[in-house]
Design a protein. Structure first.
Length: 242
C-alpha cells in the first residue's frame, strides 16, 4: 500500500498530511490502553486497609464475588492496558518519518529557540508568529514527558508484574518498594502530560487537527498549517506542489 502524499488538493483547497493512517491507529491503541491503565490503576492505588474502594464494582457488573473485581482490575491493569500501549508505541516508531517525525524532538536547541520566539510574540516583542517546525515547542516538551513517563512505567511495571504473577524474586525485597515509587512517579508524569495533550487538542485553534484525527482524514487545511507550523508547511509545499 503506497504511502499517502504529504500534500494534496481537494475541492479547490490545499491540504497537508498530519496523521498517516498507521499513526492514527497508534493514537487509538495508546488512547484505549492509557484509559484502561488509568482507570484500573486508581482503585489499585487508593486502598483503605484491605478494602478496595471499588470492591462493589464486581456486584454492579454481575460478577459472582467481590474478589473477582480485584482480579479483573488487576488483569486489565497489568496486561490489557500495557499491551495496547506497547502496540501503539511500536506502530508509532515503525511509521515515524525519519526527517519530520520523532527525530524532530531531539533538536533541543531549535526547540528552545522557537519557544523563545513564541514567548516574545506572546508578550508583544515580536509582531508575527514565528515559523515553527512539525512539532510545536510545547509539543516537544509534552512528547518528552510521555517518553519519560512511559519508560518509568514500563521498566518498573515489568518487575512488579514478574513478581506479582510469576513469583520471581529477582532482586532484594526492598526493590519492590523502589519500583513502586518509580511506577507512581512515571504515572504522575504521564497522566499530567495526558490531560495537557487533551486540552491542547480541544482548543478552538486546533479543531481542524482534532477533526482530522477523529474522522480518520489525516489531512489538515494549508491555512491551519501556515498559522501554526509555517516552517514545516512551507517546506512541504515547496516539495509537494506541481
Amino acid at each position: 500500500m503506497p504511502a499517502p502524499p504529504l500534500y494534496k488538493t481537494e475541492g479547490g483547497k490545499e491540504y497537508i498530511l498530519r496523521f498517516k493512517p498507521a499513526t492514527q491507529l497508534a493514537h487509538w491503541f495508546l488512547l484505549v490502553g492509557m484509559t484502561i491503565s488509568f482507570l484500573t490503576g486508581l482503585p489499585m492505588f487508593f486502598k483503605f486497609g484491605e478494602k478496595n474502594i471499588f470492591d462493589g464494582l464486581g456486584l454492579a457488573l454481575g460478577l459472582a464475588t467481590n474478589p473477582s473485581t480485584g482480579q479483573l482490575i488487576s488483569i486489565l491493569h497489568d496486561w490489557v492496558g500495557p499491551v495496547l500501549m506497547l502496540i501503539g508505541v511500536l506502530i508509532a516508531l515503525a511509521v515515524s518519518d525519519k526527517k519530520f517525525g520523532l527525530r524532530e524532538i531531539s533538536k533541543i536547541g531549535e526547540t528552545v529557540k522557537v519557544l523563545t520566539e513564541v514567548a516574545r510574540y506572546r508578550f508583544g516583542a515580536r509582531k508575527d508568529y514565528p515559523p515553527t517546525p512539525f512539532y510545536h515547542p510545547l509539543q516537544v516538551l509534552w512528547v518528552w514527558g510521555v517518553i519519560i513517563g512511559l519508560l518509568l512505567l514500563g521498566i518498573s511495571g515489568l518487575f512488579l508484574v514478574l513478581e506479582k504473577w510469576f513469583y520471581m524474586q529477582i532482586l532484594p525485597p526492598w526493590w519492590r518498594g523502589f519500583m513502586s515509587i518509580l511506577h507512581m512517579t512515571g504515572a504522575f508524569i504521564f497522566f499530567v502530560a495526558l490531560p495537557m495533550h487533551f486540552l491542547m487538542s480541544i482548543f478552538p485553534t486546533n479543531w481542524p487537527m482534532l477533526k482530522s484525527q477523529l474522522l480518520l482524514k489525516g489531512y489538515v487545511e494549508k491555512e491551519w498549517w501556515m498559522a501554526h507550523h509555517k516552517a514545516y508547511a512551507e517546506e512541504v509545499l515547496k516539495r509537494g506542489r506541481p
